[in-house]
Write a protein that binds this ligand. Structure first.
Ligand code: FPP
Ligand code: MG
Length: 329
């Protein structure tokens, strides 16, 4: 019995609905707040750990639905930093579940490679027990060269912690003289987030009827289509996923226009900032004009500084992972 990757036969009705949905735009990246496992457990009179286990099974099922319809990236909120405040018994239970499932995942190497799945665990991993840090590092190292599908598991994650961590990297970059304060922009910030390798989610689904984001992907969901579903996570069905995709398709053009507008505004404000900085650097006043060539030269230098800085950030992350590398075969 496999745990993460399933290869079930699809029914004709699912294939038919998929074909219909595929006539419209299919989201590339869907994020899930898998909420309601404990309420599901008490509704079914089973224990909490069993509720979380069924939550995991639902995740595996959902990954298969996403893969079948062509969604190539999925991000899930598996454990929030806030969840450490739950009872010791529950936190230990969730850690044990992670231990078990990531160990199983290592045994599914062939299937993961066959489907080209890259696993990334995002969050402040130093908050996790050392053996779990090792297992998740192994899973990431083992799948890092796969590129047909991506699964981001947010574990010991909150968006605000992610943003603080990115700010610390940026402050260090300024301190070391790799970038200047004026080089800091939304796009630099984005490249320092845990999610820097991923496009922003097209859809964010939250189950259980709660209509909050609970500190999940706050930066990345500005233009995501939000889908709040009333069922508890273990009750989530393929029809809820299809409904989310349909809602995304109905709003597609409006969302794309907003993304495009933002892109244009960003480029304009970057150009304006380059003009100002270039003027200051050349000690020119408003009256004394600077040439296009001088501004272009300044932009190139800025981009060069940013590239060096991001290389430094990447190196720091790789070093963290390579500490664990020896174990991977
Ligand atoms: C939220 O439901 C769910 C969690 C805090 C845990 C989610 C974890 C899984 C689905 C398993 C994933 C495991 C791995 C290894 C990827 P809740 O506990 O807040 O339930 P409630 O809202 O009913 O109280
Ligand atoms: Mg909850």
């Amino acid at each position: 019995m496999t745990t993460w990757i399933r290869e079930s036969e699809q029914s004709w009705i699912h294939k038919f609905c998929q074909a219909v949905l595929k006539t419209g735009p299919i989201p590339k990246h869907v994020a899930f707040i898998m909420d309601g496992n404990r309420r599901f457990a008490s509704k079914r009179s089973i224990d909490r750990a069993q509720g979380h286990l069924m939550g995991f099974d639902k995740l595996a099922e959902t990954l298969e639905w996403c893969n079948n319809i062509g969604i190539s990236e999925v991000t899930v909120y598996a454990f929030s930093i806030e969840n450490f405040k739950r009872s010791k018994e529950e936190v230990d239970g969730l850690m044990e579940l992670a231990r078990l499932k990531f160990t199983k995942l290592m045994e599914e190497k062939e299937l993961l490679n066959k489907h080209g799945v890259c696993i990334r665990v995002l969050g402040n991993l130093s908050l996790l027990p050392h053996d779990i840090q090792q297992i998740v590092a192994d899973a990431m190292n083992m799948t890092k060269n796969n590129n047909r599908a991506v699964l981001n598991v947010c574990f010991a994650y909150t968006a605000r912690e992610e943003i603080c961590s990115a700010m610390r990297d940026i402050a260090e970059g300024v301190d070391l003289g790799l970038i200047r304060e004026s080089d800091i922009s939304e796009s630099v910030m984005e490249k320092c987030l845990y999610t820097r390798k991923s496009p922003h989610p097209d859809i964010l689904v939250r189950t259980s009827g709660e209509v909050r984001l609970s500190d999940f992907l706050l930066w990345q969901t500005t233009y995501s289509c939000l889908s709040f579903v009333r069922v508890l996570w273990p009750e989530f069905s393929i029809w809820h996923l299809y409904a989310g995709i349909l809602q995304y398709q109905r709003n597609y053009q409006v969302i794309q226009n907003a993304i495009q507008d933002n892109k244009v505004k960003r480029e304009m404000s970057q150009r304006q900032s380059d003009v100002e900085c270039c003027r200051v650097e050349l000690l020119k006043t408003e009256e004394e004009s600077i040439t296009q060539h001088q501004v272009n030269e300044y932009s190139m230098q800025r981009e060069k500084r940013i590239k060096t800085f991001l290389g430094h950030v990447e190196q720091k992350r790789e070093q963290l992972l390579s500490k664990f590398e020896e174990r991977v075969t």
